[in-house]
Ligand binder design. Structure first.
Ligand SMILES: *Cc1c(COP(=O)(O)O)cnc(C)c1O
Length: 866
């Protein structure tokens, strides 16, 4: 029998338990074990049965039990303490408030608020709105911002089915299910107008009614996260389906989702700020290109909106750009969103989403109008770069790769000068570090949320090796037990009878070297590299004295049959009776599985095809739990591997034949495990402690602990991107006069650039055989046409010269006007001391100059000597 309607009856808490409701409503509990203890105390069995979901716990607990708790003094005291702790977390001054107070006094621009847009947010397993690393990163960004007091507002979508749940068929083929999420059973609340009516936003759609969305708010500690949802009465079914699931459906479906996220997201922010009095964002940060349409809505607000300032389009673009930060996340071209131009034309043309913004201008922003570009395509990353004055990749190496990948947008500049910087990702320690690890350091008096993060990771040094090792064993054992439970469940779903599953009780061993591998399954991550030589892997697993065991997990995108084949290949290997106690594939990788997985592993394996792993964060989480990384030098590992904190799998980058490359890298992987990793793990002292291993573990915590934190990452974003953006945005926004003049200046420079030439360069002071210490003086004769010397920077660019005369890591010295001639001609002069021996080279160039530009390459123009 099926119900014709369903709704959720919200529990009514007895008055003394009201604080419990507040604890549940703020997601801070998801990274605060002490609060989780309070939930567990409500009803330990229900807490476990609901998968540690406090909303469902309160929905399921009996009235009798609640009444009992309402009279339980000990419980009420604990509840009161947790509630007071939350209030102090939410109310007090934190890093941002303190730093901003001193900084503002010194004239620094600390934004009053920052909007952070992302198509997915991974905050807790009970709010499954993520598919993988991008979402987890977004969740960690919000949590770290909360810990630091950084005034961020998250903006995303609420997907009715989230991503998908993974299980396996008998044959090991991935099965997807899409359970319906009832918003009333999620830790979120509906945004309402003061009148009590639900708040909504709407977007004009081509040839149909407006698309309407309601707005949910999740409280992530101090940070609100707005989630748009089109499951609204009155929307046609096709619109209701816009927020059906993450990364599913047709290209048009995807475009509609991105329209809602970008355009709708800005509208939702305005509504939220109006209702709550929250300060308007001064910076708009887009986590990957999916939210890029936000820039178009902001242009509409500034140009066509009757309540806006009515700027012209170019001025509005300057205002929007100044306050926008774009983070690119993928060096895989297929990972970038590209839409047919015709589709974009349809949604942004007459009667479209941003009325008053000419569609030709919209199309131009996403046009691949560079060498090798596709004229029929609208590219979201390209638009992202054009609508953001500041852009970054997510590790040093990824920054470099991105500069190469997008050089076409700044063809006049060398790769190194492409204005894409990098900020390396980080992870949120309170979410990802096991309690056992925190307790080790806490025993040494280090507080985990103290400002002195170094002290925390150093503290482990003082803990005796035997204690460190005992903690690691406890965590490994917890993982083994968890894995057995999951394995049994998985086999039951695969149709095995209980009687066939006796072996599961002995699957994995809490004393065997445990290697973890878990992540999404796109081909570049090479899930099956370890199967390259199955016999060799089998020998490692079954080694009589030094066995290893592997715990593996990962979801393949539902449309990616290639990925599903890899999973099947792996599952089939792991199903074999001779190895199944040493290698397991656990279905449905998600936050709930990840949390015990990292601490339980001794080694974290990552073998992507270099350089396609933009950063990777799972290895960071492993490191914070005393796991040693065994990884290709890609993403963050390329930056922070120091020879002692793990192992680097040599990459065969230059080898063209992919099969041969895989062979070489797999062999290197087997060799490392056999000759280095396993011998060190099993090299134990009289007390059974592998002292050299524990040394590496300590070194990992000390060297990586402070670096891989999301709080470090958010501080970097604040200082290196949000503050400079705010400074320029304020200069442009005050009365828009700055923006008008910047837009006019850019127009003038672009028009006049044809007249800019370096006509002639003279030098003196170095003779034929200069020595270190010689001073090179340069005079450059430059024609500026209609431009003035103030409009440009004439630069002496110098450095070590390669055999082909290319300049390596060139240094820029600005020359100054020394003579003025008739007809817009000038002499610029300056000098530089030669302070290194060896081949030296220089050139002179002219680039546009304005105080509000973020880089010399911003306008894309430059003049070199003919
Ligand atoms: C950390 C994490 C990821 C990202 O892992 P990478 O190795 O960086 O791709 C994906 N999924 C979950 C559940 C995670 O916790």
């Amino acid at each position: 029998m099926r119900a014709i309607r369903r709704f959720t009856v919200r529990p009514v808490l007895p008055e003394p338990l009201a604080p419990l409701g507040e604890l549940v409503d703020n997601l801070r509990w998801s990274w605060h074990p002490e609060t989780q203890d309070v939930f567990a105390a409500v009803d330990p069995d229900l807490w476990a049965a609901t998968g540690h979901d406090p909303v469902r716990l309160l929905g399921a607990v009996s009235r009798a039990r609640l009444d009992e708790l309402a009279g339980d003094e000990a419980f009420l005291a604990r509840l009161g303490a947790s509630h007071a702790d939350l209030a102090s977390y939410l109310g007090g001054e934190r890093w941002y408030q303190r730093a901003a107070a001193t900084g503002a006094a010194a004239g620094e621009a600390w934004p009053a608020s920052i909007a952070y847009f992302s198509p997915e947010f991974g905050i807790t397993a009970v709010l499954p709105q993520y598919s993988g690393g991008l979402g987890i990163l977004a969740g960690d960004h919000l949590k770290a911002a909360s810990d630091l007091g950084a005034p961020i507002i998250g903006v995303g979508l609420l997907y009715r089915h989230g991503y998908f749940k993974q299980s396996l068929s008998r044959e090991g083929w991935q099965q997807e299910t899409y359970p319906l999420l009832d918003p009333d059973e999620l830790p979120i609340s509906l945004l309402r107008e003061p009148s009590g009516e639900r708040a909504t936003i709407s977007i004009a759609m081509p040839g149909g009614p407006d698309l309407v969305a309601r707005i949910w708010v999740a409280s992530v500690g101090r940070v609100p996260l707005l989630m748009l949802d089109t499951d609204v009465e009155g929307n046609p079914q096709a619109y209701v389906d816009v927020t059906d699931r993450l990364y599913g459906g047709t290209t048009e479906h995807r475009l509609r989702q991105e329209l809602l996220l970008g355009v709708g997201g800005v509208k939702a922010l305005r509504v939220y700020c109006r209702i709550t009095g929250h300060p308007a964002p001064e910076v708009f940060h887009t986590n990957e290109g999916h939210a890029g349409f936000l820039g178009l809505e902001r242009v509409r607000e500034l140009t066509a909106d009757p309540t806006g300032p009515g700027l012209d389009l170019d001025t509005a673009l300057e205002v929007g750009r100044a306050s926008t930060v774009f983070t690119t996340h993928t060096p895989v071209p297929a990972g970038i969103d590209r839409f047919p131009r015709t589709l974009v034309e349809q949604y942004f043309g007459e009667g479209g989403a941003v009325p008053g913004v000419p569609v030709e201008r919209v199309l131009a922003l996403g046009a691949e109008d560079y060498e090798g570009g596709d004229p029929g395509v609208f590219n979201m990353a390209v638009m992202g770069f054009r609508l953001a004055q500041r852009a970054n990749g997510v590790s040093l190496l990824h920054g470099e790769v991105s500069r190469g990948m997008f050089n076409g947008l700044w063809p006049a500049f060398d790769e190194a000068e492409v204005p894409i910087t990098s900020i390396t990702n980080g992870v949120h320690a309170p979410t990802w570090v096991a309690r056992d690890v925190f307790d080790l350091a806490a025993g040494q008096g280090a507080a985990k949320d103290g400002d002195d993060v170094d002290a925390f990771w150093q503290a482990v040094d003082a803990v005796p090796a035997s204690e460190v090792w005992a903690a690691k064993r406890r965590m490994r054992e917890a993982l083994v037990l968890e894995a057995r439970t999951r394995l049994r469940r998985s086999w039951a779903r695969r149709g095995a009878a209980e009687a066939e599953l006796g072996w599961v009780d002995d699957a994995l061993d809490p004393d065997v070297l445990t290697i973890g591998f878990a992540r999404r399954v796109p081909s570049y991550k090479r899930l099956t590299l370890m199967l390259r030589d199955p016999e060799r892997l089998r020998a490692l697993l079954l080694h009589p004295d030094r066995p290893v065991q592997l715990v593996i997990a990962g979801k393949s995108h539902p449309a990616d049959d290639g990925g599903k084949r890899l999973i099947q290949e792996l599952v089939r290997f792991a199903d074999a009776a001779d190895v199944r106690h040493r290698i397991v594939f656990l279905p449905n990788y998600d936050i709930a599985m990840a949390q015990p997985l990292y601490p339980g592993c001794d080694v974290w394996l990552n073998n992507p095809l270099r350089p396609y792993e933009a950063c990777g964060t799972s290895g960071m989480k492993a490191a914070l739990n005393g796991g040693l990384n065994l990884s290709i030098l890609d993403g963050w590992w390329d930056e922070w591997f120091d020879g002692e904190n793990g192992w680097a799998i040599p990459s065969a980058d230059g080898v063209e034949d992919p099969d041969r490359r895989d062979d070489l890298e797999a062999t290197a992987l087997y060799d490392l495990i056999e000759t280095q990793v396993a011998p060190r793990f099993y090299d134990v002292d009289a007390d059974g402690v592998p002292t050299r291993w524990v040394e590496m573990l300590r070194h990992t915590l000390k060297s990586l602990g402070p670096k891989v934190l999301a709080t470090r990452m958010v501080r970097d974003y604040v200082r290196r991107l949000y503050m400079p953006a705010t400074e320029v945005a304020r200069a442009l926004n005050a009365d828009y006069a700055g923006a008008v003049s910047l837009a006019q200046w850019k127009g003038r420079v672009r028009t006049g650039w044809g007249g800019v030439r370096v006509e002639h360069v003279e030098s003196s002071g170095v003779g034929d055989a200069p020595e270190v210490g010689a001073v090179l003086s340069v005079r450059a004769f430059v024609a500026l046409g209609s431009l003035a010397p103030d409009d440009v920077s004439v630069q002496l660019v110098h450095g070590r010269a390669g055999a082909d005369d290319s300049l390596r890591q060139p240094v820029v010295t600005t020359l100054s006007v020394s003579e003025t001639y008739e007809g817009g001609r000038f002499c610029f002069a300056g000098s530089v001391t030669l302070d290194a021996a060896g081949p030296f080279g220089y050139t002179v160039r002219v680039v546009p100059h304005h105080d509000l530009l973020a880089s010399d390459a911003e306008l894309g123009v430059v003049a070199y000597p003919a």
